[in-house]
Design a protein around this ligand. Structure first.
Ligand code: AQP
Length: 353
């Protein structure tokens, strides 16, 4: 019996300005993974209408995420870059997964609770079913690995639950159709149609926090622009935001243990480590005993050095929308072929005529 071929999938929503959290939690990891893996990177435009239905210019936002992928270094020829709505199989599989998943599973999702707020009854059904569509995004390619920020961990666990329930509920039909693939679940070797996808979350900055509040995630929807570094910020703006970033009066300590209880200091150190591809421990050794008046300018220089070329290249790509559209079209053509094969199997397994 065959085993799953390693395949990386991940997506980013076109819901506003990309920020440093999206870059360090996701896009920078995509760029590293593409060296040794087959990868599919998706602009998840269907997800973007779950919290807010009407967007000013969804097309431009979609192109800007694709431009960010490419400007950061993703190779759209070797790998696949496309927008979700151009591959209808995502929606088709999501419907099937809506019937596999249980309402209780969705109700437990912290992202739903956060985004729906107090007025849950008024949230869209799409927002509740968001994780089901996310599972379909991944599993329609039977992807084995998903690089994401720490905030998506719970959704990835749900995708595994959905895959496992589908594999169990249809185990006899999967076997009869000869479509089972062997995989290890804990110590046990089992067979199923969908892989139990692994999240790739580790790294020095799996959850980049707001520059104004070390207890809050850096987020596109934070009303304060000072809370985040946008991928479109120029050098002066980056410098201003880091200079104004909240810190405490103590200098940087010698050990990571001594950083406990200092979330803002931890955050800035993690950002520095991630941007320089070093460990937090290594960076701390360099700056131990230094005040933030020394550390912050070093962080500004590093952030500008890493982000400026990406911002410039994004801008250049955005000046030629037809080029981006051609890349996305090529990507969706290839994605449709792969997803089409999965859907033919899934229809057979379920028994649709
Ligand atoms: N602060 C973060 N730190 C690390 N990773 C993060 N990601 C998002 N915020 C951080 C990761 O970026 C990828 C794409 O995220 P998304 O497009 O799904 O958007 P999101 O998570 O909804 O991003 P925001 O900024 O938090 O948007 P709003 O404010 O609309 O909720 C994912 O891999 C995510 O983990």
């Amino acid at each position: 019996m065959s085993s799953f071929k390693p395949l990386v999938f991940s997506g980013v929503q076109p819901t506003g300005n990309l920020h440093l959290g999206n870059y360090l939690g996701a896009i920078r990891k995509f760029v590293a993974l593409q060296e040794h893996h087959d990868c599919i990177f998706c602009v998840v435009d269907m997800h973007s209408i779950t919290a807010q239905l009407v967007h000013d210019d969804l097309k431009a936002q979609t192109r800007s995420i694709a431009a960010a992928f490419i400007a950061a270094g993703i190779d759209p020829v070797k790998h696949i870059v496309f927008n979700q709505s151009a591959v209808p199989a995502h929606a088709e599989l999501a419907w099937i997964f809506n019937c596999v998943a249980r309402i209780g599973w969705m109700n437990r999702m912290t992202q739903f609770k956060d985004k729906a707020g107090k007025d849950r009854e008024n949230a869209s059904l799409g927002l509740l079913a968001y994780p089901s569509l996310m599972a379909a995004d991944i599993l329609v390619y039977r992807a084995t690995h998903v690089p994401v920020g720490d905030d998506q961990k719970q959704h990835l666990e749900l995708a595994r639950d959905i895959a496992q329930k589908f594999n169990n509920d249809f185990s006899a039909r999967i076997a009869a159709a000869g479509l089972g693939v062997e995989m290890m679940v804990g110590e046990e070797k089992v067979s199923g149609y969908f892989p139990l996808t692994e999240p790739l979350i580790e790294g020095p900055a799996p959850r980049v926090m707001s520059l104004r509040d070390g207890a809050k995630k850096m987020s596109k929807s934070d009303p304060s622009d000072l809370s985040r570094i946008n991928m479109t910020d120029d050098a002066d703006t980056i410098a201003k935001k880091i200079r104004k970033a909240k810190t405490d009066p103590a200098p940087l300590p010698e050990t990571l243990e001594e950083l406990e209880g200092r979330p803002e200091a931890q955050n800035l150190l993690g950002i520095y480590a991630a941007l320089s591809d070093r460990t937090r421990k290594d960076v701390l050794q360099e700056f131990a005993g230094q005040q933030f008046s020394v550390f912050k300018p070093a962080l500004v220089d590093l952030a500008v050095e890493v982000l400026s070329p990406i911002t410039k290249e994004m801008q250049r790509l955005m000046d030629d929308p037809s080029h981006i559209d051609a890349i996305l079209k090529d990507g969706s053509d290839r994605a449709n072929v792969l997803a089409g094969k999965t859907m033919a199997d899934v229809r057979e397994i379920i028994g649709f005529l």
